[in-house]
Design a protein around this ligand. Sequence first.
Ligand code: NAD
Length: 500
Amino acid sequence: MGGGEARRGVGANFIGGAWVEPLAGRYFENRNPARRDDLIGVWPRSDAADVEAAVESAGRGFEIWRSTPAPARGDVIRRAGDLLAKRKEEIAAIATREMGKTLVETRGDVQEGIDTAYYAASEGRRLFGRTVPSELPNKWAMSFRRPIGVCGLITPFNFPLAIPTWKAFPALVCGNSVILKPAEDVPHTASVFVEILLEAGLPPEVIQLVHGFGEEVGAALVAHPRIPVISFTGSSETGRAIAEIGGRLYKRVSLEMGGKNAQIVLPDARLDLALDGVLWGAFGTTGQRCTATSRLLLHEDIEEEFVSRLVERAGRLRLGDGMNPQTDVGPLINSAALEKVERYVDLAHTEGEVVCGGRRACDGELAHGFFFEPTVVRGVAAGARIATEEIFGPVLSVMTFADFAEAVRINNEVRYGLSSSVYTRDAEIAFRAANELETGITYVNAPTIGAEAHLPFGGLKDTGNGHREGGWEVYDFYTETKVAYVDYSGRLQRAQIDNY
Ligand code: NAD
């Protein structure tokens, strides 16, 4: 089962350079959401004492790692990328078994980790600073990057491999040490990830893995005074709590949170393409992506035809175990997620017309997992709760607009601002969309999901707090900028005074 298993079926923390049991000896179960009788194993239900041990070790790891040259740090990450590539199928199967999405998608999840590794590895030979002219003669002025210290990384369940890599690889290339707290639904994938980093040659105390619950392990990381950096991906509610505590402690906190993403379809669009896009955007990963399409904004002239084709296609999607190559849509992650979707669909009957799905799927094998039918709700008003709150399940609200300006208004009305998409063949509309939609990402003629590892990723409003993951920008988050002035004139030179 991976994770330096001490006994069969029992996962472990990685702290102090060794796979260890939780200090209090408590464990939690990890079960397959597609078949609840499949017990994957038990993992440590750690607490603040385990976090304390992890911080001690990570402090030692930081001293070793910060003085390792950045290109050499990058070489370790490159080898981790090679190992991920070698074990791609195996990791995809582990991830599908513990979080439910289809193998096609978990392979993509691992590939994103590989891409992130190779990008981060090359950054080890850049990590640019700047040299600029000084205003005084015989004086140099330059900036460069320094690592910060121990980084606490708190990750969600829906990208069990990719999101830990988005955070850990840049943090490590920049010379920081890391404590990873993965979501409690996906401990196995996280354990394999740490095994791979160790096999790639990362000095053991540079990485710590502490399994457990958010209110216990996550909260202890956020409150710990010797963890200056917290990178969190998860719900906006949890992110707010983290920001409040982190703010009081002057921590550097990156928050990647919820979304309520819209696909806008204009009458001139290629409708087949728009249909493929919304099916993938809304029901891929069972709607459990931060970038999932949860609103479909249709021009009023095409609504009738588009919805009838959408309902026909959505109704044909095959629910099932993600391990089965025939499956289009896997289960929800757990019973709380299923109940949340059920509550919103109850509401949908009063806020619109449920024209597809709308029920828990219980036929045959499906009765053993957390399955919910792909659901389409038509005639929803822009301000309705199902059209503004994040459901995080396979529920799509359909709305209409009369012109593009109205579509922009509806798109921008929600508290979130992660992703948006527009289908049109009109270049003016395409560029207006990129400019006017208040989201961190806009896709033209592509669904709301599909970010690439080498571009910045993140959102506005209640989706984020201004930082970005991925691409070149994340390296600013994991480094402190230091400036050095070197005066070789041999005399006192007073800036702003002697030269004016
Ligand atoms: P969640 O907020 O419940 O949990 C995320 C992580 O935070 C988990 O590891 C959890 O244990 C931990 N946590 C929970 N309470 C905590 C606390 N009080 N202190 C510290 N840590 C705590 O989210 P989830 O259900 O795992 O994931 C779904 C959410 O994540 C959705 O809202 C989704 O939109 C969001 N998400 C955002 C992005 C993005 O990049 N913007 C990507 C993926 C998921």
